[in-house]
Design a protein around this ligand. Structure first.
Ligand SMILES: NC(=O)C1=CN([C@@H]2O[C@H](COP(=O)(O)OP(=O)(O)OC[C@H]3O[C@@H](n4cnc5c(N)ncnc54)[C@H](O)[C@@H]3O)[C@@H](O)[C@H]2O)C=CC1
Ligand SMILES: O=C(O)C(=O)COP(=O)(O)O
Length: 330
């Protein structure tokens, strides 16, 4: 791959200090300016060859087209749905992410959500803090012997499966790309979604956000589920339709939800967050010291490799360039 010149990088969110350190060690000037408004970013971006973001910066076509200087957008994390990859590709701007740096953290948070949904620990904690001792209200159910449906059997889905199998859960799943014999080797039986929905006691989604995954769980699909099914979304807001989820929670068709992500972050409408059977986090899946250290360092090293003209696809394991979200390699 031909080397490209990157003299300056703007970091527009809170990224691990290793990112800045690695870039500066390699002679790249770094500016950190978190919490910029869109108009500020559009003006500021003119002065840089590279931009490093997490999930909060919306790198729209307007921002990409506001400058001819930008050569690279580095996503210190997995999902690139906050970057207009098509606009970047048209403009010849490289988009890269760090797809494995936060896998374990996101998988662990998913498992924590599943466990808390089974035993109501967050609700019981709140009740205790209010001075109560309510043992009856928080009767739970064992995970042992229950069926977990995993929609999206990529990096995170696989790690969730092995962890929940150790609790004695039966893991079934669906993925249009991961071959059934591959997921079977990790103990996940694949089947069509129509077959999967009615079998699950718990469902967790681990797909990217794309047109084909918006509303994977909807009024129609909730109706096919077991009454009282519990659902987790630590992937992206909108994969579980939020209005349909609220209706399912209110009718009892859904018995509980663990939500780390929302269509709008932070969500202005708090109906879901305030529902007694919902436990939630402010997009914390990747918010561990370990994940942030890996993602921050990885994205900086990838940018440096680019400057040195290394062919990233072959030279650095776990690294790839994103040119079109629908063709992400594993
Ligand atoms: N809450 C958080 O902080 C975090 C959230 N994420 C989200 O989790 C998503 C998944 O991450 P990874 O597992 O690392 O990605 P991955 O690319 O390894 O796996 C995604 C899987 O989804 C599958 N898929 C695509 N369309 C599907 C569909 N219609 N139905 C079922 N499966 C489908 C793909 O074939 C792939 O196997 C990311 O795209 C990101 O949005 C990732 C990290 C942290
Ligand atoms: O990596 C991802 O896809 C995430 O959702 C994590 O987002 P963050 O980097 O914590 O803003």
């Amino acid at each position: 791959m031909a080397p490209i010149t990157i003299r300056s990088v703007l970091i527009s969110e809170s990224v691990d200090p290793r990112c800045r350190a690695v870039l500066e060690e390699n002679g790249i000037r770094v500016t950190e300016r978190p919490n910029m408004k869109t108009e500020e970013l559009m003006a500021e971006i003119q002065n840089y060859d590279g931009l490093v973001v997490r999930s909060a910066t919306k790198v729209t076509a307007d921002i990409i087209n506001a400058t001819d200087n930008l050569k690279i957008i580095g996503r210190a994390g997995t999902g690139v749905d906050n970057v207009d990859v098509d606009a970047a590709t048209k403009k010849g701007v490289i988009v890269m992410n760090t797809p494995s740096g936060n896998t374990i953290s996101a998988a662990e948070l998913t498992c924590i959500m599943l466990m808390n949904l089974s035993r109501n620990v967050p609700q019981a904690t709140m009740s205790m803090k209010q001075g109560n001792w309510d043992r009856k209200k928080f009767m739970g159910s064992e995970l042992f012997g229950k069926v977990l449906g995993i929609v999206g059997l990529g990096r995170i889905g696989k790690e969730v499966a092995s962890r929940m199998q150790s609790f004695g859960m039966k893991t079934i799943g669906y993925d249009p790309i991961t071959p059934p014999e591959v997921s079977a080797s990790w103990g996940v039986e694949q089947m069509s979604l129509e077959k999967l929905w009615p079998q699950c006691d718990y469902i967790t989604v681990h797909t990217p956000l794309m047109p084909s995954t918006v509303g994977l769980l909807s009024d129609e699909t909730f109706a096919l589920c077991k009454r009282g099914v519990k659902v987790v979304n630590c992937a992206r807001g909108g994969i579980i339709d939020e209005a349909a989820l609220l209706r399912a929670l209110e009718s009892g068709q859904c018995g509980g939800a663990g939500l780390d992500v929302f269509v709008e972050e932070p969500p202005k409408d708090r109906s879901l967050v305030n529902h007694p059977n919902v436990i939630s986090c402010p997009h914390l899946g990747a918010s561990t010291k370990e994940a942030q250290a890996r993602c921050g360092e990885d994205i900086a090293l990838q940018i440096v490799d680019m400057v040195k003209g290394k062919n990233l696809i072959g030279a650095v394991s776990q690294t790839f360039l994103v040119f079109a979200p629908k063709t992400l390699p594993k």
